[in-house]
Design a protein around this ligand. Structure first.
Ligand SMILES: [Zn+2]
Length: 66
């Protein structure tokens, strides 16, 4: 089954899960590494993603927690 939007992206069931994933990555980071910096709710399903982009992807909703 093909689903638009988040093929191949890691999905998180809640903003808390996304935050935990970010924290885990930061705790292991090397100097200069480019790491995900923010979470955002997916447009295509009831879950969250994380991204290293400073700007949200096109037509993404704003993070309601921001
Ligand atoms: Zn998604």
């Amino acid at each position: 089954m093909h689903r638009l939007g988040c093929t191949g992206k890691r999905q998180y069931a809640s903003p808390e899960a996304a935050e935990a994933a970010l924290s885990a990555m930061w705790s292991k980071c090397r100097p200069g590494a480019r790491l995900p910096t923010r979470k955002y709710p997916c447009l295509y399903g009831d879950h969250w993603h994380i991204t290293s982009s400073p700007q949200p992807p096109l037509s993404i909703r704003e993070d309601p927690a921001a």
